[in-house]
Design a protein around this ligand. Structure first.
Ligand code: SAM
Length: 272
């Protein structure tokens, strides 16, 4: 029985490949790659020549059977993606699951991963975090996802494509409100940059921004959830959200939710 190696490759800087990864890529019989042309460039740089087979989202199911066959024949296989760690917002899950079923050994070869490097330089809490990957494309599903996580007392991390960055930031502003945000851009590359600030500051910086991006959001305040809002006046309650830059409609909605009453009751109170 062969072994499956899950091999991390650089996320920009070609020097970020480990000695162990190089040795594994040199010693395996076959390399399964998300994009064979992309991986070929890395292999050429490392002066490694190996048979390559494509393994991407659209052929994952078909390829799994073929790779399992090869592994059962005794071939050792390395799985790589275009950048970073396979399986993290990249293909990998399927083959790993199947190898477990077939009792084939899986060996991780650690290396670059954008989430971890963004987090450790963000200045945000690194003890606990939630990784969302890419937000759903559908507007309603995106909002639902953000609602689901907004009160988490953990740093929230997203991946995002540059052309969707602004939309995502506007959604964050609407659902999460004013909180510290960090954009980790072009990690390990020449134009690597960390932009830190509140949502309005970040929004003012992103017109025409290019490159790969990780978005990190500060965790919710410790006492946000447990605080009994019925102990403060409606006016004080209103002011808390007003200071976060929310509009009247959103403030009323949140007050109603915090006080566990219908929002019409809050409207009526304010009218009185
Ligand atoms: N498997 C990869 C990993 O281990 O991080 C992630 C692949 S995912 C398809 C691509 C996303 O990762 C990008 O849209 C971006 O959000 C993030 N990313 C990848 N490389 C990056 C870099 N050099 N700087 C910032 N973000 C990066």
């Amino acid at each position: 029985m062969g072994k499956l190696y899950i091999v991390a490759t650089p996320i920009g800087n070609l020097e970020d490949i480990t000695l162990r990864a190089i040795n594994v890529l040199r010693s395996v019989d076959l390399i399964a790659a998300e994009d064979t042309r992309h991986t070929l460039k890395l292999l050429n740089h490392l002066e490694i020549s190996k048979p390559l087979i494509s393994y991407h989202r659209h052929n994952e199911e078909l390829r799994v059977d073929l790779l399992i066959e090869k592994l059962k024949e005794g071939q050792n296989v390395a799985l790589v993606c275009d950048a970073g760690t396979p399986g993290i917002c990249d293909p990998g899950e399927e083959i790993v699951r199947k190898c477990i079923e077939e009792e084939i050994e899986i060996i991780p070869i650690p290396g670059a991963c954008a989430i971890i490097n963004a987090l450790v330089c963000s200045g945000l809490d690194t003890k606990e975090f939630i990784f969302i990957g890419f937000l759903p494309l559908n507007k309603k599903s995106r909002k639902n996802k953000l609602e689901e996580i907004k009160n988490a007392k953990k740093t929230i991390i997203f991946y995002e494509a540059p052309h969707k960055l602004k939309i995502t930031l506007l959604d964050l502003k609407e659902v999460i409100g004013k909180r510290k945000i960090v954009l980790a851009r072009e990690l390990t590359k020449i134009h690597e940059e960390f932009i830190r600030g509140d949502i309005d500051y970040i929004l003012s910086k992103v017109d025409n921004i290019k490159g790969e991006m990780v978005i990190l959001v500060e965790k919710a305040e410790e006492d946000n959830n447990d605080f009994d809002y019925n102990n403060i006046s409606l006016e004080e309650h209103y002011k808390i959200y007003e200071e976060q830059g929310l509009d009247k409609k959103e403030i009323i909605k949140r007050i109603a939710k915090d006080r566990k009453v219908n929002k019409n009751e809050i409207y009526k109170e304010f009218l009185n």
